[in-house]
Design a protein around this ligand. Structure first.
Ligand SMILES: Nc1ncnc2c1ncn2[C@@H]1O[C@H](COP(=O)(O)OP(=O)(O)OP(=O)(O)O)[C@@H](O)[C@H]1O
Ligand SMILES: [Mg+2]
Length: 325
């Protein structure tokens, strides 16, 4: 079953044109001049139940706007969205009970209260029954190693601890669909890893559908089977990460070590020499010629070891955006 489906989904933000200063501000109240930002320009998504999909794109591409429309916070300007069969903008309680939106740069917990108090309020709000709540909250707190933090005022927690509390709060009601908008933003690598491992486990155990945005490729590589890439409000790629790298990278990197030093000059005829240092070298070879080049290298040079390095996904994405393919 499709958990999320959109057709020609669009959002244009409209605001009054405002000249600088207080006078400008007052004038804008009476003027009819508007500015329009076409944040999302006709996005089609089809996400199956249980999928974990990466939603990628540069700053301002329209990711957060799309997630807000899918979770019913924003009304689309036009087009159609369906989430678990509901129209998100109608905000039916039945739908809201089954989804969750986590934003890495916007805390939803009460700042002056311990996280635990917020959890209790959410439990009432979502009408989670006592026994289920107990089991769920214990599991989540355990998985995120939070037991000694939940009674501290949220404002006193570190960024990583706060993010973990946000996740518990967002997942208490066992949503079937989880929208994660940069859940690891600003965290150190260890905390990022913890959150990733947690999300992996959550996805496995709950079999929930997850749509995740992140600027950290590691998140996407480890978590997502499939990616949707948007730029300027339109989808420019949809498929597996592997097919993304295959399609947008026409070179492979071959790392070689030699049993004796080899002059870089001997290597240039095989491809672009990226690194060369005595008995080590990395060359970039056209994907279509990889096999032939490897054979020739092995035949003509004292190769002790050879490996083909995976294409750097960050580089692929960067070239995708800058070349605007
Ligand atoms: N409330 C708003 N009013 C006017 N324009 C907005 C508003 N919110 C977002 N925009 C604009 O809409 C476009 C898309 O913004 P959005 O936040 O969806 O991008 P994003 O893909 O989430 O980017 P990022 O990776 O930086 O989070 C941007 O040009 C942004 O400036
Ligand atoms: Mg965003």
């Amino acid at each position: 079953m499709l958990a999320i489906e959109t057709r020609e989904l669009k959002k244009t933000y409209v605001s009054s044109k405002k000249a600088p200063g207080i006078v400008g501000g007052i004038k804008s109240l009476f003027s009819s001049e508007k500015t329009y930002v076409e944040a999302v320009r006709g996005v089609d998504l089809s996400i199956q139940e249980g999928e974990m999909v990466g939603f990628l794109g540069p700053n301002g591409a329209g990711k957060t706007t799309t997630l807000k429309m899918l979770s019913g916070i924003l009304h689309p300007t036009s087009g159609h969205a369906s989430v678990l069969g509901f129209t998100p903008s109608q905000r039916k309680p039945e739908m809201l009970r089954q989804i969750s939106l986590v934003m890495g740069n916007k805390m939803q917990l009460w700042w002056d209260l311990p996280a635990w108090d917020s959890f209790m309020v959410l439990k009432e709000m979502y009408e989670v029954d006592e026994a289920k709540f107990k089991r769920r909250v214990d599991n989540l707190i355990d998985a995120l190693q939070l037991s000694d933090k939940i009674n501290t005022q949220v404002r006193k927690l570190s960024l990583g601890e706060r993010m973990k509390c946000e996740l518990v709060a967002a997942l208490l009601h066992s949503p079937r669909i989880v929208f994660l908008d940069e859940p690891t933003i600003g965290l150190d690598v260890v905390s990022q890893k913890r959150i990733r491992d947690f999300l992996k486990m959550l996805h496995r155990e709950d079999n929930c559908t997850v749509l995740l945005t992140s600027h950290y490729m590691q998140d996407v590589q480890e978590l997502c089977d499939r990616v949707v890439v948007i730029d300027h409000g339109t989808v420019i790629f949809e498929g597996t990460l592997e097919s993304l790298t295959n399609r947008f990278s026409d070179v492979k990197r071959v790392r070689l070590s030699f049993s004796e030093p080899v002059d870089a000059a001997y290597l240039t005829k095989y491809g672009r020499v990226v690194e060369s240092e005595e008995a080590l070298a990395v060359i970039e070879v056209l994907q279509t010629e990889t096999a032939a080049v490897m054979a020739s290298l092995l035949q003509h040079l004292p190769v002790a070891d050879v490996s083909i390095e995976p294409v750097d996904i960050e580089e692929v994405i960067r070239s995708l955006f800058t070349e605007g393919r």
